[in-house]
Design a protein around this ligand. Structure first.
Ligand SMILES: C[S@@+](CC[C@H](N)C(=O)[O-])C[C@H]1O[C@@H](n2cnc3c(N)ncnc32)[C@H](O)[C@@H]1O
Ligand SMILES: [Zn+2]
Length: 176
């Protein structure tokens, strides 16, 4: 999955790689040789919880109203280069799972390793959240006011031929 419009404006591999790595490292911790990206806990984080979802398996739900544009949770996981993420994605997809989130052209955050609750947020073609990249972190933010009890969702913007039929709403014909 990816973030709409997250491409670097000017492509230059080395500076981008170094900058992304240092930005992410600012928020990251080495754990058994893996760089795990996650933001420090915030007292103002909206309360959310993992619950069974009508869309698929587990989902994440608002426990209180969330205002528009509020940063809800960061998408935590291991920072890996694209080349290393591709075989992981293939392996995950065999189990019907998508855990890798494209941070930029070189880096991916793999929530299958060191991920947090954000990895259980389901996709929707008409989502109430969106992703925003800030300083090497991927934030899931509210796209509108979200009521207590609503399931959170964002558009995965998956690339290539989708293999998973989308169940975001009755009659959705899209594939993830
Ligand atoms: C990031 S996980 C979300 C958490 C997942 N529901 C679970 O229980 O592990 C992504 C996976 O959830 C499923 N999923 C998410 N959104 C979906 C949707 N709109 N329709 C069908 N499956 C979905 C797909 O299997 C996808 O690979
Ligand atoms: Zn859909």
């Amino acid at each position: 999955m990816g973030t709409n419009g997250s491409r670097p404006r000017q492509w230059s591999r080395r500076p981008w790689l170094e900058r992304t790595k240092s930005e992410a490292a600012y928020h990251a911790q080495l754990n058994k040789g893996r760089l795990i990206v996650s933001a420090p806990p915030r007292p103002d984080a909206p309360p959310i919880a993992r619950r069974r979802s009508r869309v698929h398996g587990w989902g994440v739900f608002a426990l209180a109203p969330i205002s528009k544009n509020k940063r809800i949770v960061e998408y935590a996981g291991e920072l890996v280069q694209n080349a290393r993420a591709t075989p992981r994605e293939t392996r995950y997809l065999k189990d019907g799972c998508i855990w890798c989130f494209q941070l930029n052209r070189l880096w991916v955050i793999d929530a299958g390793v060191g991920g947090n609750i954000a990895r259980f947020i389901n996709h929707s073609c008409q989502p109430n959240c969106h992703s925003r990249i800030e300083g090497g972190l991927i934030w899931i933010c509210a796209s509108r006011t979200i009521k207590a009890g609503e399931e959170l969702s964002y558009n995965y913007f998956t690339e290539g031929a989708g293999e998973i039929p989308c169940r975001c709403r009755a009659g959705c014909q899209n594939m993830l």
